[in-house]
Ligand binder design. Structure first.
Ligand code: NAD
Length: 440
């Protein structure tokens, strides 16, 4: 059933009654949990993805993203009831939702080719009354200026179809929980009718409700601004860590105390920012002349892994260890603790700074197999034995719980560079060298 023009109550009843067909383009870590959420609410959901293995796994009732919590037990019954199906061949529906990669190209420009191709496909399937919802994060202005004209290239005209941006606001590893009730859904339409239809649709799956904003561009900006806020805040925390060394301060103590004041929300300093959100979104606006602070913050965050590597190398030099003879361990490949996601992880710039110097680069990440680690051009290990330096990139629980004194006793040179503030400075009393960004 087409939902454009229906009342909120009619839309809710139609979705719950299984009368609304929703096609979701992109069955990735975000698209698949969204498909499950809508199917669970009653909609007939069709997931489209060119990845055949992914599609076949879904149709076999498997959760293709086992690290996304809460999905395992839901997929089987939804597939069996015919509520959820996946395909590599796009089909017509009543609502089309896109959740495909919007990353950066080699020049750090937004790469929108996939999304534009998907919009072209959708344009060829559209019927009067259909609603298209774009959820992938976009530079403000993209929907109105680049995507809407593509949708109108099909047989239909403005007024016959709806178009909305409703940015995905989830985090990898907890997508289903976030989609269904962690934060309200933001919705901005190309016109009021589109926004109202989408708001009613999302009210079925999101217990935190929907916040309509006044335009499709405002909705794009909400998600991008959220990400930029976090990037700039982390850059500030990193800068505060660096300048704390001038005062002999433990930056974590100062930030913890400062944040007891309700207007202070200083984030955590550390090895750098990863994932395909926070390090990417600043580049969506960084060409704008006014974005000075945003560009500076990005530079500050991008230099953090290099700073950690420099700290390790300078200490090795001080100890008379030739870099070409040194073994340096990078502890953590994932950008976030406990989540096997390494896009834009600080691991990569750290690795890339070390390898050209002839340093032996080793990596340990409990979430990655030896084969996966070797494929990244470094040697997999499961301890600190024989290393000259270890750099903590990720604060995985396993690393936090490590008996660092015993672990470091196996090193050739006990140089520990703590990029996540997880080591006790008291380890220095045991003749270990512990280096931190704040020098504490
Ligand atoms: N992962 C996150 O934490 C997160 C959070 C908020 C927003 N987002 C947004 O969501 C988008 C998707 O993120 P994700 O984590 O699901 O990415 P993902 O890489 O896990 O999934 C993307 C999926 O799109 C599929 N795809 C590629 N080309 C396609 C095409 N032409 N048609 C249909 N599907 C196609 C891929 O095969 C893949 O399965 C991101 O680009 C970002 O804008 C992601």
């Amino acid at each position: 059933m087409k939902i454009l023009g229906l009342s909120k109550d009619q839309i809710i009843v139609a979705v719950r009654g299984g009368q609304v067909r929703i096609a979701i383009f992109g069955m990735g870590k975000m698209g698949f949990p969204l498909a499950v959420a809508f199917a669970q609410a009653g909609a007939q959901v069709l997931g489209f993805d060119p990845n055949t293995a992914l599609v076949e796994a879904i149709n076999r009732s498997e959760n293709p993203h086992p690290l996304e919590g809460g999905l395992d037990g839901l997929v089987g019954p939804l597939v069996k009831q015919g509520k959820l199906r996946a395909t590599t061949i796009p089909e017509g529906a009543d609502v089309y939702i896109t959740l495909v990669p919007t990353v950066l190209d080699a020049n750090r420009q937004p790469a929108l080719g996939i999304l534009e191709e998907v919009m072209g496909t959708i344009a060829s399937l559209l019927e009067p009354g259909d609603l298209v919802i774009e959820e992938s994060t976009l530079p403000p202005g993209t929907c109105a200026q680049r995507l809407w004209p593509i949708l109108l290239r099909g047989a239909l005209k403005e007024g016959q179809i709806g178009f909305v941006h409703a940015p995905e606001r989830t985090m990898s590893g907890r997508a289903l929980e976030d989609i269904t009730g962690a934060y309200p859904k933001i919705v901005g339409g190309i016109n009021l009718e589109s926004a109202e239809a989408a708001a009613s649709l999302y009210s079925v799956i999101n217990s935190k409700g929907v916040i309509p904003v006044s335009s499709i561009t405002a909705a794009e900006a909400v998600k991008v601004f959220e990400g930029i806020y976090r990037d700039v805040n982390i850059a500030l925390a990193n800068e505060l860590a660096l300048l704390s060394s001038n005062y002999g301060l433990d930056v974590t103590e100062v930030i913890r105390a400062a944040n007891t004041q309700p207007y202070s929300h200083i984030h955590s300093p550390g090895a750098g920012v990863g994932g395909h959100c926070i390090p990417v979104y600043p580049y969506f606006v960084s060409q704008q002349p006014e974005a000075e602070l945003i560009r500076l913050a990005r530079r500050r965050n991008e230099e953090m892994p290099i700073r950690l590597v420099s700290m390790a190398l300078l200490e090795l030099q001080r100890r008379g260890v030739e870099w070409s003879e040194a073994k340096v361990l990078l502890m953590g490949i994932a950008f976030r603790p406990g989540v096997k996601e390494d896009r834009y992880s600080p691991f990569f710039p750290a690795r890339d700074a070390l390898l050209p110097l002839g340093v032996g680069v080793y990596a340990w990440d409990p979430l990655y197999s030896d084969e996966e680690i070797a494929a990244l051009g470094v040697t997999p290990v499961h301890s600190l034995a024989g290393m000259d330096a270890a750099i903590v990139i990720t604060d995985h629980e396993q690393f936090k719980e490590l008996d660092w004194f015993s672990a470091a006793a196996l090193m050739r040179n006990p140089v520990l560079v703590d990029g996540r503030f997880i080591l006790s400075p008291a380890l220095r009393d045991q003749n270990l060298t512990v280096l931190r960004l704040d020098g504490w």
